[in-house]
Design a protein around this ligand. Structure first.
Ligand code: DGL
Length: 283
């Protein structure tokens, strides 16, 4: 049995890196739906269907838990799949399986509050507003998940999303870092123009962007704190596995990388991020 990770492409490797480092003995299987990437501009129903197919594939390969290492799939498909598909599928499969996303741990990290916490009193005097910028795909931005869930918990945090329509595709194709730096600078400037100043903190709300987090750091005002989803997710999952010993996550330290697209060696950008070459097998 193993931990499955799913993304439209290479972005989820940022989450995989943090999880592998945190749980080195667990067995991991990663599936990139590169034949259908990017997800960020797709209609919601397609994202739901593709995400379900990815989860089924990973469960077929022996995953006990699938982590949607993709904001777009987590924002658009996760709740639907948990409510309408997973219970029946679990019964048919006859073993303990689950699907989790990466937005809950990110919101916990951004608010400093557990997910269960909802603000009790509205209308309290707010001394200072904390401006939080979220860089994401258009699909995640349109879902308004960060605005809605953070507002439920912290009225002193104002969330502004900046959709970046081309960035995941550029990272997916292994684009040159100079080109990526220009694209990122443009989005940071776009957000600044829209809200009249730079954000106090930022979330890289697309797992692809973590691959080039250093370019965001360089383009944001010095010292702007970033909330890192991979680290937040690894922390949350390590606790989750302690509470769920029924989920068998293996102990052989295996790592497999599958793609629905063209198998083979991933870009130099990915090798640099991962700390060595990453080769995908055909799914
Ligand atoms: N890495 C993904 C995310 O976190 C998907 C990007 C895309 O396919 O558009 O949203």
């Amino acid at each position: 049995m193993s931990i499955g990770l799913f993304d439209s492409g290479v972005g989820g490797l940022s989450v995989a890196r943090a999880l592998v480092d945190r749980l080195p003995e667990a067995d991991f299987i990663y599936l990139a739906d590169q034949a259908n990437a990017p997800y960020g501009g797709r209609p919601g129903e397609e994202v739901v269907d593709l995400t379900r197919a990815g989860c089924e594939r990973l469960f077929d390969e022996g995953a006990s838990l699938v982590v949607l290492a993709c904001n777009t799939a987590s924002a658009i498909a996760l709740r639907r799949l948990q409510q309408t598909w997973l219970p029946g599928y679990r019964k048919a499969l006859g073993r303990a399986v689950n699907v989790l996303g990466i937005i809950v741990p990110t919101i916990e990290a951004a608010t400093g509050l557990p997910w269960e916490h909802e603000a009790e009193r509205r209308g309290d005097k707010i001394e200072a507003l904390d401006i939080l910028g979220v860089f994401s795909t258009p699909g995640t931005a349109a879902s308004r998940v960060y605005e809605i869930e953070i507002d439920k918990r912290r009225q002193d945090v104002a969330v502004f999303s900046e959709p970046c329509p081309n960035l995941a595709r550029l990272i997916e194709s292994g684009a040159d870092r100079a080109l990526l730096a220009e694209e990122i600078k443009g989005h940071i400037e776009g957000l600044r123009r829209r809200i009249g100043r730079h954000p106090d903190r930022a979330i890289l709300g697309c797992t692809h962007y973590e691959i080039v987090a250093d370019l965001f750091v360089a383009a944001l005002p010095e010292g702007t704190p970033l909330i890192h989803q991979p680290a937040a997710t690894a922390d949350a999952l390590a606790l989750y596995f302690e509470r769920h010993p029924e989920l068998d996550i293996g102990a052989g330290g295996a790592r497999r990388f599958l793609t629905t697209g063209t198998p083979g060696l991933q870009s130099a950008l990915i090798a640099e991020f991962w700390g060595g070459p990453v080769t995908f097998e055909a799914a």
